[in-house]
Design a protein around this ligand. Structure first.
Ligand code: DX5
Ligand code: ZN
Length: 218
């Protein structure tokens, strides 16, 4: 299904109220919920571990999309699968055995995603397409919400779309997605758009209508 899906990143939600934020953003039209896991080592920030992700699970009625910005990643796959992830995405830069990592994610019962940092060429996933359900092109250097979209990544998104061809693989974009940049990434071939600050700005779980307006604007 190549229709455009919006995956709000709860990195920009109220950290004291994740359950309510997830329910609010889904009620306002989110297609997936994107969970950014950071380890203070692969990226210079810390967020959530498996117990937090397990606590999000009952609130997510759509797809819980877990983006692991951690290294090493293999020791944690089982735990995030048990926490209820539907999709687990690992970075191609996070270790020497990304092919085995993707196989392990599928063996754990999840859809397998492979992410590329802005500095990594599209060719890094050329030999992974048989073991991947999703390719994630980062359009910021991962670690923080609210950074600006790196325009030079558009060529890579188009290149990845051409590589994927007719395979049933989602092409996801994450970082700096706004109503201005969303049409560019969609035109380049992305079908799952992650957006954090651009979705959560202006609203709250108690007053969620701006979330819906923001999602529709994207
Ligand atoms: C970046 C994360 C993103 C981030 C996106 O490290 O992977 O998911 O939260 O935030 P915005 O949409 O604000 O760039
Ligand atoms: Zn992310």
């Amino acid at each position: 299904d190549r229709s455009i899906k919006i995956a709000p990143s709860i990195l920009s939600a109220d950290f004291a109220d994740f359950g309510a934020e997830i329910r609010a953003v889904e009620a306002q039209g989110a297609d997936w919920v994107h969970v950014d896991v950071m380890d203070g080592h692969f990226v210079p920030n810390l967020t959530f571990g498996p117990p937090a992700v397990a606590a999000f699970r009952p609130h997510v009625k759509t797809v819980m999309d877990v983006h692991l910005m951690i290294a090493p990643v293999d020791p944690w796959i089982e735990a995030f699968a048990r926490a209820g992830a539907d999709v687990i995405t690992a970075h191609v830069e996070a270790g020497p055995h990304i092919h085995r990592t993707l196989q392990a994610i599928r063996a754990a019962g999840c859809k397998a995603g492979v992410a590329l940092n802005p500095g990594t060429p599209a060719s890094a996933v050329a030999h992974l397409l048989d073991v991947a359900d999703l390719v994630l092109a980062m359009t910021v250097n991962p670690g923080f919400g609210g950074q600006s979209f790196i325009e030079g990544q558009l060529d890579k998104i188009a290149e990845l779309r051409a590589m994927i061809g007719d395979r049933p693989i989602h092409l996801q974009v994450d970082g700096g997605v706004t109503p201005v940049t969303a049409p560019l990434v969609a035109a380049a071939g992305a079908d799952v758009l992650v957006a954090g600050s651009a979705v959560f700005k202006g609203g709250s779980a108690a007053r969620p209508e701006p979330y819906g307006e923001n999602i529709r604007a994207i």
